[in-house]
Design a protein around this ligand. Structure first.
Ligand code: SF4
Length: 352
């Protein structure tokens, strides 16, 4: 049976060093066993290609960890294995997350010749003192240089930033937005710093901005950044929104490959939750799937269409009583700017 196109996410769990705020599934490793890791990834790719009848792939996303650490020959092996087992769309978006301390012009050019056409650079801040405080393995110059190299290569370029670090104010976030505007990016992400237990920051008793101060900073981003928001933390021109993430937020299926990956697979009309191990995947009920679609849809400006499965699980009376946070139009529910500030609470209330 012909299966729906599936996006592919490939997780690479290794980093040059561990950032002090990071709670992602990743670890610092001087010399990863790339051969072993690549072989296990390729095995999973073949497994899913067989399960999904060698279907079409609209996007591939290498995330981490730090996928820009992968040596060229292993990247080639992974992409060739996908090509040999799936039908990659002609205009597929193929993104690589990159830490500026791990990739130079030659390596990036090699990756581009293998099919990578979008780079997502982990910049975080454009001030060396702040980068040292965050425990980043690069300085601001490295980050700007990598963005320029990628732009010269005509790759689509995005960059990640963090706001809400100790001592941040509305003014410092405004300055950060001005610095970002000067980079000529068509896509960027700005994430609020959250302190997670079991990280160095989690043990440091940092003097963090209050919730109100964080909210003011968040609102100042839309006022000062040249790019419009299209998801709670993502900003882009309309033609440069991340297709991979947009597909997932829009409820399209995706395969998660690699130890820290998760996926949502659709086989013969049944949705499955899949985590880090190709051979283990469990069916989702219609209700679980509908709730997931609400969770991701409400994060986006596009919103969540009120199809019957969604109507079955939302508290429509609550929605109608809170137009300041959530609105209905064109048979779609959408989070307002104020709603984005309380997204977690909002979702708890919207779902019955
Ligand atoms: S580079 Fe990314 S994944 Fe690696 S430790 Fe830093 S924040 Fe975490």
């Amino acid at each position: 049976m012909k299966q729906r196109p599936h996006n592919i996410y490939i997780h690479v769990p290794y980093c040059k060093s561990k950032c002090r705020y990071c709670a992602f599934f990743s670890h610092a490793c001087a010399e990863p066993d790339w051969e072993n890791y690549t072989n296990s990834i390729c095995k999973e790719i073949v497994f899913w290609a067989n399960k999904l009848n060698h279907n079409t792939v609209p996007t591939i996303f290498f995330g981490g960890g730090t996928p820009s650490l992968i040596p060229q020959k292993y990247m080639e092996q992974i992409l060739n294995t996908i090509r040999q087992n799936f039908l990659i769309e002609n205009n597929a978006e193929i993104t690589l997350e990159a830490n500026p301390a791990t990739i130079d012009a030659i390596k990036l050019h090699d990756f581009q010749s293998m099919g990578i056409n979008r780079l997502s650079v982990g910049v975080q801040r454009l001030n060396d003192e702040e980068l040292r405080f965050l425990g980043r393995a690069h300085n601001a110059h490295d980050a700007v240089e990598l963005i320029c190299i990628a732009q010269d290569l005509n790759l689509r370029v995005s960059a990640d930033f963090i706001y809400g670090i100790p001592d941040d104010t509305e003014q410092s976030v405004k300055n950060l937005c001005r610095q970002i505007n000067n980079l000529g990016l068509t896509h960027c992400s700005l994430y609020e710093l959250t302190i997670e237990e079991n990280t160095p920051f989690g043990k440091m008793n940092l003097n963090m901005p209050s919730n109100d101060e964080m909210a003011t900073m968040y609102q100042s981003i839309t006022k000062n950044l040249d790019l419009p928001r299209y998801e709670v933390s993502n900003y882009a021109t309309s033609e440069n929104q991340c297709r991979h993430n947009s597909n997932i937020w829009n409820g399209e299926p995706y395969i998660g490959i690699g130890k820290g990956a998760a996926g949502r697979i659709l086989i013969d009309g049944i949705w499955y939750e899949q985590k880090g191990n190709a051979e283990v995947f469990n069916p989702l009920t219609e209700k679980e799937r509908a709730i997931e679609k609400i969770l991701t849809g409400l994060r986006t400006i596009r919103g969540c269409q009120l199809t019957q499965d969604i109507k079955n699980v939302i508290d429509i009376d609550w929605v109608k009583k809170h137009p300041q946070f959530i609105q209905i139009s064109d048979n779609t529910i959408r989070t307002t700017g104020d709603g984005m500030l309380i997204l977690d609470n909002l979702i708890t209330n919207v779902v019955k």
